[in-house]
Design a protein around this ligand. Structure first.
Ligand code: HEC
Length: 219
């Protein structure tokens, strides 16, 4: 019995120690829970904060949607812009003078600078062809493709530039006359004639079978 009591006593003696230990652990747990409680609170506060930005994000998303729509609209517009200038004299003039500067083009194959002119365009002429016009001259498809450009500088006998004439092909612009946009501007860049110019295509109509072009065969 004594030994059992001693064992119990020992057990009892141990219990307070264990209790303190348990209490300490509970305190630590409580403390950590409390900290845990405060931190989730701050976390739950954060979501409400992030919810608010999320709301502000939603408008930006709806803003982005029109942007993506505009982006999808842009590609449909881009091929037109990439294809070349719009059907106005100003745009075509800007195109041949800046965007796709004709001074960088090839001369019509077989012609030279300041060749003698046969038509009304000057005593001396220089004819430049854009890349697609050049391939048409080489491949002879019969008609030049859309966005082809042929440009001619006309000089007087003294070698002074008097006028620049341009034939630029715009799909659907004038199907009756092979869609050529006709443009003429003077040495100062002042536009003299543009568009479906009767006088231009009436004379060039002699060459209607050759896509209205005089200088060389493209068929
Ligand atoms: C009276 C006839 C006549 C008229 C009008 C005329 N052209 Fe021409 N054009 C020619 C002839 C001929 C050539 C061949 C090159 C040369 O001798 O000048 C030519 C050449 C051209 C060329 C070089 C490509 C080609 O066909 O050989 C262009 C570009 C051009 N003309 C644009 C015009 C424009 C733009 C107009 C109107 C503003 C116009 N032409 C009015 C007769 C004419």
């Amino acid at each position: 019995m004594d030994s059992k009591q001693q064992e119990n006593n020992k057990g009892v003696r141990y219990i307070p120690g264990t209790k303190y230990f348990v209490y300490t652990m509970l305190l630590i747990l409580c403390a950590s829970l409390c900290f845990g409680c405060t931190s989730p609170e701050s976390e739950t506060e954060t979501p409400t904060e992030t919810e608010e930005p999320a709301e502000t994000e939603t408008p930006t998303e709806t803003e982005q949607e029109p942007v993506s729509e505009a982006e999808t609209e842009t590609p449909t517009e881009t091929p037109e812009t990439e294809a070349g200038p719009g059907a106005t004299g100003e745009e075509i003039q800007a195109y041949v003078m800046e965007e796709n500067n004709y001074k960088n083009w090839e001369l019509w194959p077989g012609t030279g600078e300041l060749d003698p002119g046969k038509g009304p365009h000057g005593d001396q002429i220089t004819i430049y062809v854009s890349d697609s016009a050049l391939s048409a001259i080489e491949e002879k498809p019969g008609v030049m493709p859309e966005n082809s450009t042929v440009l001619k500088e006309g000089y007087n006998s003294e070698g002074e530039l008097i006028a620049v004439v341009v034939m630029h092909k715009v799909e659907g612009f004038d199907p009756e006359h092979n869609d050529w946009f006709w443009l003429e501007y003077d040495a100062e860049g002042e536009i003299i004639a543009e568009g479906k110019v009767l006088s231009c295509y009436n004379c060039h109509a002699r060459q209607a079978v050759n896509d209205y072009l005089f200088t060389g065969d493209i068929e």
